[in-house]
Design a protein around this ligand. Structure first.
Ligand SMILES: *Cc1c(COP(=O)(O)O)cnc(C)c1O
Length: 390
């Protein structure tokens, strides 16, 4: 029977607590979701600022759909690049303090496209061990020599850099997606300069969320285009919409337009998504209270979780994982939390290293302190009960 051995593999995954399945959401995105007719409080979204369903963002989207239609018709290089896309690119360049920005349809594609456009056989790519899958896949696809360095370990990176030949690209998450900690970008930038390497940072979880103006880690560490020549950001997280961009020098962006296959051979984002993102960018810049609120919520959670004896990671972002270790136990706690009315996802290998399954708690600027307190109560009950059972 075709695929019967896949059935066996699926059963193995299930037995290991590694089976993945989807929940069908019937409500809009936000901190309150409806699943199977049941209302739950959402603690696993990347919509950190609460913009995915913000009235001005939704209204910009609708107005633009009336103006431009829904489909973009083709790739950017054929006839899909509208004035809406172009304006958003200019605004993202200004926002990040770069010469130019280039939109991609997804972050996954941006990462794949950029690394392969910049490197090939004979070159070398250096990746933090905990980088997002799209960066790792991009590095492998490029055909360059692929080296992973220990997490946030610049000394270890330097050892690898010394042995390298050809063009060298150092690639890292900014705010790490599954841990919430910050890459040591100042030191990485210095290491890059000293070794004549380029630095690429994927700040999917920092942009909009970190820094006074939401400029992300480049604002936090004050890194200009010389210090950080390849900046990648996504629009589906802090910005609350969809898509991604790369920002940097004119030469970088022109190279990507000519060479990045995931830019050239794919349909452009709908123009209405670009217009919605322009609306969300305005809110990102103007409404610092959203970032202050996130900080307060995370601090309150950390204090409470520490009192419960839960194992946290040193994270100053709205990503606050609780390390559980065993995959099945992480799933069991996540299910118990769902029964209690809280959605917290269990993140397991291979998304995170073996033995480090975790509950990835994330906060939204729309949460209130009472949500945090109720989550802590539920965590206390779920972890204690499941511990007692062994
Ligand atoms: C989500 C994410 C991506 C992928 O972005 P999409 O637009 O969802 O494809 C890339 N890098 C990191 C660090 C991410 O968290």
């Amino acid at each position: 029977m075709a695929f019967s051995h896949f059935r066996d593999n699926l059963e193995v995954l299930a037995a290991q607590g590694l089976y993945r399945s989807r929940r069908i959401i019937t409500s809009p995105q936000g901190i309150n979701l409806q699943i199977d007719g049941k209302k739950i409080v959402n603690f696993c979204s990347n919509d950190y600022l609460g913009l995915a369903n913000h009235p001005s963002v939704v209204s910009a989207f609708k107005t633009a759909a009336d103006q431009y239609g829904v489909g973009s018709g083709s790739a950017h290089l054929i006839c899909g690049h509208s004035v809406a896309h172009h304006a958003l690119e200019e605004e993202l360049a200004a926002f990040t303090g770069r010469d130019r920005a280039l939109l991609f349809s997804t972050g996954y594609m941006a990462n794949n496209g950029v690394i392969s456009a910049l490197l090939g056989r004979g070159d070398a790519v250096f990746e933090d061990r905990l980088n997002h899958a799209s960066l790792l896949d991009g590095g492998l696809l490029s055909g360059a020599r692929f080296k992973r360095y220990a997490h946030a370990d610049v000394e270890n990176l330097n050892v690898h850099l010394k042995k390298a030949t050809g063009n060298k690209l150092i690639v890292t998450d900014g705010v790490f997606s599954m841990d919430g900690d910050f890459a040591p970008l100042k030191a990485l930038s210095e290491a890059a300069k000293a070794s004549d390497a380029w630095l690429m940072v994927d700040d999917a979880h920092g942009l909009g969320v970190i820094g006074e103006r939401g400029g992300g880690l480049l604002e936090y560490y004050r890194l200009d285009q010389e210090d950080l020549p390849v900046l990648m950001g996504t629009l589906g997280k802090g910005f609350g919409t969809f898509g991604a961009f790369v920002a940097g020098s004119d030469a970088l962006i022109e190279t990507l337009i000519q060479k990045a296959r995931t830019y050239i051979y794919t349909t452009a984002l709908p123009a209405a998504v670009a217009e919605a993102t322009r609306a969300s960018l305005k809110i990102v810049i103007a409404e610092n209270w959203r970032r202050d609120k996130l900080k307060k919520l995370a601090d309150r959670f950390r204090l409470g979780a520490a009192q419960l004896g839960l194992q946290l990671i040193a994270s100053a972002s709205p990503i606050q994982p609780i390390i559980i270790g065993d995959s099945q136990r992480a799933v069991d706690i996540s299910n118990a939390l769902l029964n209690a009315g809280f959605l917290v996802s269990a993140i397991r290998p291979p998304t995170v290293p073996q033995g480090s399954a975790r509950l990835r708690v994330t906060f939204s600027a729309l949460h209130e302190e009472h949500h945090v307190d109720r989550l802590l109560d539920a965590l206390d009950i779920a972890t204690t009960r499941l511990k007692a059972k062994g």
